[in-house]
Design a binder for this molecule. Structure first.
Ligand code: HT7
Ligand code: ZN
Length: 871
């Protein structure tokens, strides 16, 4: 298998000056004619071959400047088209191919989803549509003509602005779209189908009108309004916060049912997985509403960070993704509660990115080699990439960061660029040397920061030592020290912030310590009493921290820290440590349990904290989270038992109190997804979770399920019952399935809840679900809901000692790989946990992987993930 290296990057010898595409779409096939105006670069030697990418295409005609090409002057195979000695001047290459979108189950290139023709080109799908220089540094303006049957496809959309449409005779019609902004082929899109829509408009800051539309299956229009509202708020926010105005006359969004990812930012024509568009209270949860808003914003924000400025090569993916995730996180923080959003984002980072960074699939946010680029759309590129941008903002301050971003847009608009160029704008805008900072992009692994402190009452000095280490990761044995921004405060015995007169031993800028060496020892003078340090406020760096703070210190922080993130984190740390120790055979003392219980009760009673925060604060970390904290030789069954024991211990004496609080939170207000209402629901469902798993109150889940007025409460009740496998759980799952039969997105919820059941029958039930003749085996959402949830949720059935969980997953991956390698390889990444398990489970997993490898012909996608896990 070929490995691609960043060091081998070289520009193409030819430029594509402009693109004209002509699609004739019919039921049987689609004909694609491309006219590419091409010229050699100044540096290109005469006679250099032109090598175009193609994937599975078969050429039916080829001409240059209108003259058909002789057989000897070109060669076409499954990987592309080579023109031997093309003219050494600008020329027009014309090609024609025929596609079969109906049988495209990989969902890359042109395919059909529920009758609608649509495309997905990032990263390398355009080469499945026509021969092209399919790489992000080849930018050209596109004009697209589509002709299709009027009855089957009354809606014809592509990038840019519509410039013509009309009748084409014989029941056919046509439309022409023109995108004036040069773009790489991965941003090309086309949609043709019989779709409904809702429309609206947005007036930009300079007074231009933009027509907005969201297209969907007929009958779903009423479920698109939350997405439309989110879009308009995103457009206004990007103007306010980053000075970015939209640049075309139209902005279209299309919802499709078969999609490999969440959504795609094609210029002026975003295509969305329908689960990230449709929302109504009876079928979508608060979490769904929130995701829709976030992803609509994310794809819209790409218009500047991704489209106007794109990536030079796919190694630079986090240039657009990390930055755009940072922007969508900031949008959500500004629109809702900043601390709750931060907790949410960090939880996501810790449950998905930290394990990736600490396991066999670890890679830097900007990797330097890959076999299959689709395997690098990872949480490290996206979420760690966003954390790196956030650290830049922390280091430079809000104004300094904005100055750098302004310079980025000014300097690189219309370009395909690199991480180095991104960092350079911040250096130039701030005058700061960021040469150490860039290591965050180039080095894999989560730094571990160890903290120790001491106080000397006689001299009133407080000493704080911070030490950083990064464990080796695959292919990177030696690690460099990073520049780690530590936002901090010192808290006095009465719970208020403490000041100091001076500090020596390192760099402290206001409330920021710059940890830029393997170890830094700071001495604070004029500190009147022994403080408790609050470090990494708002999670100022993506690191793991181990400190000498004991449980009493942590619970003190949980009560008094002015930083809400650290209050939450202190509670999580205490629970995690108690469960981890108990799983190793050292159960907590009564005093420890009592102190934690009291802290939870006090948090719940605190009138200054909002419901959404309380919901997060009372949640006990899941089995997966604690297992990762333990890190090696983990027995997930022991962790799960210890967790259950802790929840029971904590809840037992206060069950009545919690039940009262739970009952008091009932509301009969009409459903709204707003932060206040969603927060109350989250708290109520958090209490339900504790009562069901810690006090056997399955009856409450059943009652809530039956009386729920919205999907948030109904789904929570069912999922909580299923996760504890209460007596009521099978009946609730059964009812849910029939009650919402026919709604595929609700079916996904049922699949997810079913996959999380902890009982020994779950694997057999999942096998039966997959084997059912009506199970849609080609739909990524269905497969991910069942199998993705199973491997990623910390299920003790997945890690079963007898290896049945691993066998089930690897067998399913082999089947799915034949249909859709991208979906298959993503599910297989769940096996990355093997190295942290105890030896018998590790071996069972290895055997399952070896069997997958030896008994099947695997795609490059699955093959690469498999080899990296086994390495
Ligand atoms: N830029 C997109 C990433 C993407 C994708 C989207 C749909 C289907 C396959 C895909 N592969 C990669 C989505 C984003 O990050 O905004
Ligand atoms: Zn993105």
């Amino acid at each position: 298998e070929q490995t691609i290296y960043l060091k081998d990057y070289a520009p193409t010898p030819y430029r594509i000056v402009s693109v004209e595409l002509d699609f004739r779409i019919l039921e049987e096939n689609t004909r694609v004619r491309a006219q590419l105006a091409i010229e050699p670069r100044d540096t290109t030697a005469p006679g250099t071959s032109l090598v175009l990418d193609g994937d599975g295409l078969s050429l039916s005609s080829i001409a240059i400047d209108g003259a058909p090409l002789a057989l000897a002057s070109y060669a076409a195979d499954d990987n592309g088209l080579t023109i031997v000695e093309p003219p050494f001047r600008r020329f027009v290459l014309e090609t024609e191919v025929f596609l079969k979108p109906e049988s495209n189950t990989k969902l890359m290139g042109l395919y059909r989803s529920s009758g609608t023709w649509c495309t997905q080109c990032e990263p390398e799908g355009f080469r499945r549509i026509t021969y092209y220089l399919d790489r992000p540094d080849v930018l050209a303006p596109f004009t697209v003509r589509m002709t299709a049957p009027q009855a089957l496809a009354p809606v014809l959309l592509s990038n840019g602005n519509p410039i013509d449409r009309g009748d084409a005779g014989d029941g056919m019609h046509y439309a022409v779209w023109q995108d004036p902004f040069p773009k790489p082929a991965y941003l090309f899109a086309l949609v043709a189908g019989d779709l409904g829509s809702i429309t609206d408009s947005f007036t930009t800051v300079s007074g231009r009108n933009v027509d907005l539309a969201i297209y969907c299956t007929h009958g779903k229009e009423a479920e698109c309004h939350h997405a439309m509202d989110s879009l308009k708020r995103s457009m206004a926010w990007d103007e306010r916060r980053f000075g970015r105005e939209y640049d075309l006359d139209v902005f279209n969004v299309v919802a499709v049912s078969d999609f490999n990812f969440g959504a795609m930012e094609n210029k002026g024509l975003n295509i969305f997985n329908d689960k990230l568009v449709f929302a109504q209270p009876e079928t979508a949860t608060d979490a769904n509403y929130h995701s829709i808003e976030r992803v609509i914003a994310h794809e819209y924000f790409h218009n500047w960070t991704g489209n106007r400025i794109t990536c030079r090569d796919w190694f630079q993916l986090c240039l657009k993704e990390g930055l755009t995730v940072y922007r969508d996180q900031e949008f959500s923080s500004d629109e809702h509660s900043r601390p709750v959003q931060r907790i949410h984002d960090v939880q996501n980072l810790r449950t998905s990115q930290f394990p990736e960074d600490g396991g066999p699939l670890a890679h830097p946010p900007r990797p330097d080699h890959y076999r299959e680029i689709n395997n690098f759309y990872t949480t490290t590129v996206y979420e760690k990439g966003a954390e790196v941008v956030r650290m830049l903002a922390t280091l430079l301050g809000e104004a300094g960061f904005r100055k750098g971003m302004d310079l980025y847009f000014e300097r690189h608009d219309g370009e395909a660029t690199t991480i180095e160029a991104f960092i350079k704008v911040f250096e130039d805008a701030s005058g700061r040397d960021l040469s150490q900072f860039i290591t965050w992009y180039l080095q894999a692994g989560t730094p571990q920061v160890t903290v120790s402190d001491s106080y000397d009452g006689a001299s009133q000095t407080y000493t704080l030592t911070l030490t950083q280490t990064v464990e080796p990761t695959p292919g990177e044995p030696d690690k460099k020290p990073l520049l780690i921004p530590v936002r901090f405060g010192l808290i006095g015995p009465n719970g208020s912030p403490m000041s100091w007169n001076g500090v020596s031993g390192g760099t402290v800028e206001g409330d920021l310590i710059l940890l830029d060496k393997p170890s830094v020892t700071l001495t604070f003078s004029g500190v009147a009493n022994k403080p408790v340090p609050s470090l990494f406020r708002a999670f100022s760096a993506p690191v793991k921290v181990s400190s000498n703070l004991d449980q009493a210190d942590l619970l003190f922080l949980a009560r008094h820290d002015s930083d809400p993130f650290n209050r939450w984190d202190a509670l999580q740390t205490v629970s995690t440590q108690l469960i981890a120790e108990a799983a190793r055979g050292r159960r907590w003392s009564d005093d420890d349990a009592h102190a934690l219980r009291q802290a939870l009760v006090d948090t719940l009673a605190n009138p200054d904290l909002d419901a959404a925060f309380k919901a997060q604060a009372i949640a006990i970390p899941g089995t997966g989270m604690v297992s990762r904290h333990i890190g090696k030789d983990v027995d997930p069954d022991a962790v799960s038992a210890a967790r259950k024991d802790l929840v029971t211990t904590l809840v037992g004496p206060i069950a009545d109190q919690l039940a009262e609080r739970y009952a008091a939170l009932v509301s009969d207000a009409p459903y709204s997804p707003d932060a206040a209402q969603a927060g109350e629901r989250a708290l109520r469902n958090g209490l339900l979770q504790l009562l069901v798993s810690g006090a056997g109150r399955g009856d409450l889940a059943q009652k809530q399920y039956e009386t729920a007025g919205n999907m948030t409460d109904r789904y929570a009740a069912m999922a909580i019952a299923a996760q504890s496998w209460t007596d009521e759980a099978p009946a609730l799952l059964g009812d849910f399935r029939t009650r919402f039969a026919g709604d595929p997105l609700v079916f996904d919820k049922w699949l997810t809840a079913s996959a999380q059941a902890p009982d020994d029958g779950v694997i057999e039930r999942m096998r039966a679900i997959l084997a059912a003749p009506d199970f849609p085996k080609t739909n990524p959402n269905r497969l991910r809901s069942l199998l993705g949830s199973f491997v990623m949720s910390g299920s003790t059935q997945f890690t079963r000692l007898d290896g049945a969980g691993f066998r089930f997953v690897t067998e399913a991956v082999a089947e799915i790989d034949k249909v859709n390698p991208q979906v298959a390889s993503r599910i297989l990444t769940g096996m990355r946990i093997l190295p942290m398990l105890e030896p018998r489970r590790r071996e069972a997993g290895r055997v399952a992987l070896e069997t997958l490898k030896s008994q099947h012909t695997l795609s490059r996608n699955v093959g690469e993930i498999l080899d990296r896990i086994l390495a």
